[in-house]
Design a protein around this ligand. Structure first.
Ligand code: NAP
Ligand code: SF4
Length: 675
């Protein structure tokens, strides 16, 4: 008897059956744009072999106007159709099913030729759109229908029509973006006309035995978004127009409310999907922040939806469903919703991958194969670099001994996991522990490895991490001065006023930790919704609380400082930095850049400004917390001069600057793959 009876139950769509209730949601990876169709095919085929019920591709442009960016992939030629055939054939060989997403970006398209119902520029794009005329609208519909027909020709099992997240079809639905007075604007009947027309004509073009998913925005989270009554009316009309499945969209991209970041509670929006259950008779999919089989099972068991969509979890572990079905749920590599290697890469114009699984999207390049010569390998340090290296080396058949001076694995991840909003790191450390336990790795906790311990190994991996940088501020040895390690790892008491020296990732983490009073809102859905001003869309249009965000009072008065004169937090993650800045702004954290640190005394920190050290000031605070970055800890390397083994220095021990878990894990896996 499986632990996940709802999740693993087949779903009969009449003309075809999905093997379970799991949909891999659409993700833009950048793979299609490489033109390497074997690589694209392997990405999807690996997930098909992992038994996911149905996959949706990244968004394909129906025409040049609607591409998210110039050069976005689409089915424009016979060659495109033949290339996509490589993907669909490989997926079918792997036992999977795949639908192609048709994504018309409308005013979100990053190009001067973008089009929209009305010429209103979006706050997240520099390009004002052109208002479409009647012929222009007809052309867009016709191009979307052609894309669907070509998808069928290319061997897809279906299409998903993207109607949410503030894209083109969504832009027609609401008065926020549709100011038209013709038959495509004004009354709701007119505003719904475009999405309904698209679904109706796509259905007519592809026939009855083809999956047609409509992704519908259930809670827009923008002013003048859809009311709940409108959402229900649309869903019912979409069913009548011929959709097979309704998938869920949460929030427009321009909404200033986080919807998928790690600080969003798990399954934070399944209650919204539940409201739609019973209003239509076709299956409904829920999504957002579902990342374990237990959460997915609970969502289905509680009747919130008929299927669950997970996207990023399939970057972290392509075999999510297979492992759940085999009772190996604890071995599923968890998506921690960090966005660091997926969405941040996409928005930075880079190929997506995954912090936890650097092989994601590199399936044909980063190969983990059995080692030809089995070696004895010592890994020193069980932080993310050492752990990933040890696991992959062991998987390849090497005999691995992993030394860790602390009494637990995880290294710096153990500090990240205590930050409010970063609870997912707990699951990541747990996963590493489980994987080490299930491997042949000889784990030696509480052992600071010496040269003598390392004698006789073929290869030694030094993954000893980092030490805090000494900022050399006069008076920093005072009793009121703490390091981030004292605060986050050792639980040192901190007074009611605090000044933080350094505003990198760790400075922000410490500020969020010290600002939070009581339980993290990430663990309390009602508190989190209040903090971001989310309400019931049945009561308030688009789910925006009339009073706006109501954050909890800060636990203490906090000032953050840095020497650079740029905005604090400018270098944080592309898609998540704004959330950290907004969170701290809501906690009245004062941020000051361009300072010189003059000295610390029992009253606080003395600073001045600029090269002339002008405007001396004293920031009165009970405690000063040093978060001034890190330096490599590689003292062990100096002791290994007489050792004959091959030595590899990885992670923070190699380069401390700009170090994060993404680089550490990636380097660990790559070194292990090459041993
Ligand atoms: P960091 O990002 O390099 O930031 C170091 C901070 O210390 C900067 O604000 C820097 O600003 C200041 N600083 C540098 N040298 C100093 C000196 N000699 N005296 C005083 N201040 C000094 O390092 P981190 O905050 O320790 O973070 C380490 C890594 O972990 C980073 O790569 C970070 O991205 C990553 N991380 C990421 C997250 C995340 O949320 N994604 C969270 C935690 C950590 P000034 O030089 O302007 O003073
Ligand atoms: Fe999830 Fe982070 Fe991996 Fe993206 S990079 S898939 S958010 S763990």
């Amino acid at each position: 008897m499986t632990q996940y009876p709802h999740l693993l139950a087949p779903l009969d769509l009449g003309f075809t059956t999905l093997k379970n209730r799991v949909l891999m949601g659409s993700m833009h990876t950048g793979l299609e744009e490489t033109g390497d169709w074997n690589r694209v095919a392997e990405f999807y085929a690996e997930r098909a072999r992992g038994d996911v019920g149905l996959m949706v591709t990244g968004g394909m442009a129906p025409n040049k106007d609607g591409g998210v960016f110039p050069g976005a992939a689409g089915l424009f030629s016979a060659d495109d159709i033949a290339n996509q055939r490589i993907v669909t054939d490989r997926v079918h060989d792997g036992g999977g099913k795949i639908a192609m997403q048709i994504l018309h970006a409308g005013r979100y398209a990053f190009g001067p030729g973008c089009v929209a119902p009305s010429a209103i520029k979006s706050p997240i794009s520099p390009f004002p759109p052109h208002e479409l005329d009647e012929a222009g609208i007809e052309q867009q519909i016709s191009d979307m229908v052609t894309a669907a027909a070509r998808a069928r020709e290319a061997g897809y099992d279906g299409v998903e029509v993207m109607g949410s997240e503030g894209y083109f079809l969504n832009q027609f639905l609401v008065t926020h973006t549709n100011k038209r007075t013709d038959r495509w604007g004004g009354s709701y009947e007119n505003r719904m006309r475009l999405p309904l027309e698209v679904v109706r004509r796509v259905r007519a073009a592809v026939g009855d035995d083809f999956i047609l998913i409509y992704r519908l925005s259930l809670i827009d989270l923008v002013p003048n978004g859809s009311s709940w009554q409108e959402v229900v009316e649309l869903a019912q009309n979409i069913e009548t127009a011929g959709a097979t499945i309704i998938n869920t969209g949460i929030g427009w991209h321009e909404a200033r409310i986080p919807t998928i970041a790690t600080s969003v509670p798990r399954r934070a929006f399944s209650w919204v999907t539940k409201k739609l259950m019973g209003q239509v008779s076709i299956p409904i999919v829920t999504s957002n922040r579902i990342n374990t089989p237990d959460v997915a099972e609970a969502v289905l068991a509680e009747g919130c939806s008929d299927m669950v969509s997970m996207a990023r979890p399939f970057l972290a572990d392509p075999h999510f469903v297979k492992k759940a079905a085999q009772g190996r749920g604890a071995q599923i590599a968890p998506c921690i919703a960090c966005n660091q290697a997926c969405l941040d890469h996409t928005f930075g114009g880079k190929m997506s991958t995954c912090l936890v699984n650097p092989r994601a999207c590199y399936e044909t390049e980063l190969l983990v194969t059995p080692a030809e010569v089995k070696k004895s390998v010592a890994v020193v340090g069980a932080g993310p670099a050492g752990l990933s290296c040890a696991l992959v080396a062991a998987e390849r058949g090497h005999k691995v001994t992993l030394f860790e001076k602390a009494n637990e694995v995880g290294g710096q991840l153990n500090m990240a996991k205590v930050i409010p909003g970063k609870e997912e790191f707990i699951g990541l450390v747990d996963w590493y522990r489980v994987m080490v336990e299930n491997s042949d790795i000889d784990l030696r906790l509480g052992v600071q490895a010496t040269a003598a311990d390392l004698d006789g190994f073929d290869d030694i991996i030094v993954a000893t991490g980092v030490l805090p940088r000494d900022p050399e501020i006069p008076g920093q040895d005072g009793a009121n001065v703490l390091s981030y390690i004292d605060v986050l790892r050792d639980g040192a008491p901190v007074g009611d006023s605090v000044v933080i020296v350094g505003a990198g990732g760790v400075g922000f983490d410490v500020a969020e930790f010290l600002a939070q009073k009581g339980e993290s809102p990430t663990m309390d859905l009602a508190a989190w919704k209040a903090e971001w001003g989310i309400s019931d869309p049945e009561v308030d249009r688009a789910g925006l609380a009339p009073g706006g965000p109501v954050p909890e009072a800060p636990a203490r008065q906090i000032t953050m400082l840095q020497r650079k004169s740029e905005k604090l937090g400018r270098r944080l993650g592309k898609t998540t930095g704004w959330i950290h800045r907004a969170t701290l702004a809501m906690k009245d954290v004062k941020m000051v850049g361009g300072v010189n640190y003059e000295r610390i005394d029992s009253q606080g920190l003395h600073v001045s400004f600029g090269e002339s050290r002008a405007n001396p000031d004293q920031i009165v605070a009970e405690n000063v917390v040093l978060c001034a970055g890190q330096v490599s800890e590689r003292s062990l390397v100096g002791q290994l001069s007489d050792v004959s083994a091959q030595i590899h220095v990885i992670g923070g021990a190699e380069t401390a600057g700009e170090l994060d878990a993404k680089r550490a894990i990636d380097q660990g896996v790559r070194v292990a793959a090459s041993l």
